[in-house]
Design a protein around this ligand. Sequence first.
Ligand code: HEC
Length: 153
Amino acid sequence: MKRTRYVRTALGVFVGVLVLLATSSGDRALAHKEKHTPDQLKAFEDVFMEQVKIGDLLFHGDGATEKRLGVTLSKTGMACAMCHPFGSDNHPYEFPKFQEQMNKFATLRDMINWCIEKPNEGVKIDPDSDAMKALETYIIWSNKGSKLDPGRH
Ligand code: HEC
């Protein structure tokens, strides 16, 4: 009698595990079930490239874009691009890392704000702002294809 109960319990656990495995892999499959349509992909790309364009304008000191987004990235008349002629000079793939200028462990957004406040004497921006997202997008897009190398100096 005792042995049958043991076998039944073991069988129950085994079936339970099987069901769990089946449902969890089912969920995973579901997440990628539908392929994106060409229209969807085009829409995603458009949204992305729009951010790249806004970031490009900000990076090159476009006053109208700064005004529209309510930010003052520089008070010295210097745009990001004057010290960093190519967005790719910004090595975004090295972040996060310990940043000596700030004496702290910093993200790319921390570094962008450091440049706005220090060399540019501008007004630090909200890390979640549209301007920050666009600057980050432009800088990372400029480095498309680079290998991530966080922590590097
Ligand atoms: C007057 C010159 C100057 C201007 C203008 C300037 N920066 Fe910088 N930037 C620097 C210096 C100096 C560093 C530090 C370089 C280092 O750590 O090797 C730096 C570093 C950076 C880094 C990190 C690069 C790395 O490899 O660690 C980023 C990102 C960056 N700047 C973004 C910006 C952005 C965005 C702007 C415009 C809002 C801007 N910078 C404007 C001088 C400038």
